[in-house]
Write a protein that binds this ligand. Structure first.
Ligand code: 5GP
Ligand code: MN
Length: 337
């Protein structure tokens, strides 16, 4: 964080009593880890603070400290709207455009509060008093660590805060293996472990809590895997019916796209999931090397993210979305070869 932002942040924090922290729709480990870490830190600073997330988050994150106090906008609109209206300061974490909060976009854009953004996605919108944006950092959780450090409060990071930050760094780096994992990331992780967290237990909580149905759904996903060898692309589709056959829960398909990316020679991987409730297809894209799925998703699927991990949506049917994807790919033959 730049020194001028540091000063501004201190002033904003001093003049704010009621603080709301929010993240993007479909919260993942980094979104929940970072909002809870910041929440715990601000509570220690005697602030009146509330985490509000647009919709529910996966069961494998529900062990996180204080996660039971998270307010879910979808099912608590009145209470959440009142808190947003009443806030002096709103932190937006792990996203950089208000439409990424879905229905929360409306109350957020009407709010009187000042905004602080902490985020690592590309092309941030300009809505915040303080925009702490750094696309080179692996996770918003690592940025929250640097944020607390910049405010001179590194010593307030206790095991609860450290567990939250560790979780988001772990999930956003694919357990410390993506390119975004730097020596600084490992130094931060070392400091977090030194607070006394049970890091092995965190891995277990997040990765070893599969239901039988989830593994069967993974089996179905792998059966549906298709490869386009000449374009080094692999993709998976899951219809609404296939998901309901295995009683799919939030987060059950998290990480499945990585199996497609793990195939030999694959540079681009995707998963297309039919979401009947919202009448759309949710797409997750992953790549290796320089092929930017952020640019690809922005150009064709109304989405965005990072160079090697992005998401998007399609309002077409599942079949038409797959046809569209397959028909676009040849124009990227050079980049994918
Ligand atoms: P995932 O595929 O795991 O849902 O998301 C991969 C990355 O892309 C994450 O950093 C996520 O925040 C971002 N992302 C996912 N879906 C969307 C979307 O619809 N729009 C934008 N702008 N980013 C997305
Ligand atoms: Mn993130």
């Amino acid at each position: 964080m730049e020194p001028k932002d540091n000063k501004k942040t201190k002033i904003l924090l001093q003049s704010s009593d009621n603080i709301v922290i929010t993240c993007h729709k479909g919260p993942d480990g980094d979104a929940i880890g970072s909002t809870l870490a910041l929440y715990l830190y601000l509570k220690k600073q005697q602030k009146n603070v509330q985490v509000i997330v647009p919709d529910d988050f996966p069961l494998f994150l529900k062990w996180l400290p204080e996660s039971e106090h998270i307010l879910i906008y979808d099912t608590n609109k009145q209470q959440a709207d009142a808190l947003i209206n009443n806030a002096d300061l709103i932190f937006t974490l792990d996203f950089n455009a208000l439409h990424r909060t879905g229905e929360m976009q409306e109350p957020l854009s009407k709010a009187n509060a000042k905004f602080i953004m902490i985020d690592h996605h590309q092309q941030p919108d300009d809505y915040a008093e303080v925009t702490y944006s750094d696309t080179s950092i692996c996770s918003t959780c690592q940025m929250v660590y640097h944020f607390i450090d910049a405010l001179g409060d590194i010593n307030t990071i206790d095991t609860d805060i450290a567990s939250c930050i560790y979780t988001g760094i772990m999930t956003d780096t694919g357990s410390f293996r993506f390119r975004s994992t730097t020596s600084t990331t490992h130094r931060v992780i070392a400091n977090l472990i030194d607070t006394g967290i049970d890091n092995a237990k965190i891995h277990q909580n997040v990765y070893d809590s599969n239901s039988y149905n989830r593994l069967q759904l993974l089996g179905k996903s792998l059966t549906n895997l298709k490869v386009i060898p000449e374009l080094n692309t692999a993709y998976i589709s899951l219809s609404a019916e296939e998901q309901s056959n295995f009683n799919a829960q939030k987060g059950d398909t998290e990480g499945v796209v990585n199996y497609a990316l793990s195939l030999q020679n694959i540079k681009l991987a995707a998963i297309f999931k039919e979401d009947q409730n919202n009448g759309l297809i949710k797409i997750s894209l992953r790549s290796k090397g320089d092929f930017s799925v952020n640019e690809f998703s922005r150009a064709h699927f109304n989405g965005g993210g990072h160079t090697n991990a992005a998401g998007g949506v399609s309002k077409l049917s599942l079949k038409d979305t797959l046809d569209k994807f397959i028909s676009i790919l040849p124009s990227y033959k050079k980049e994918l070869s």
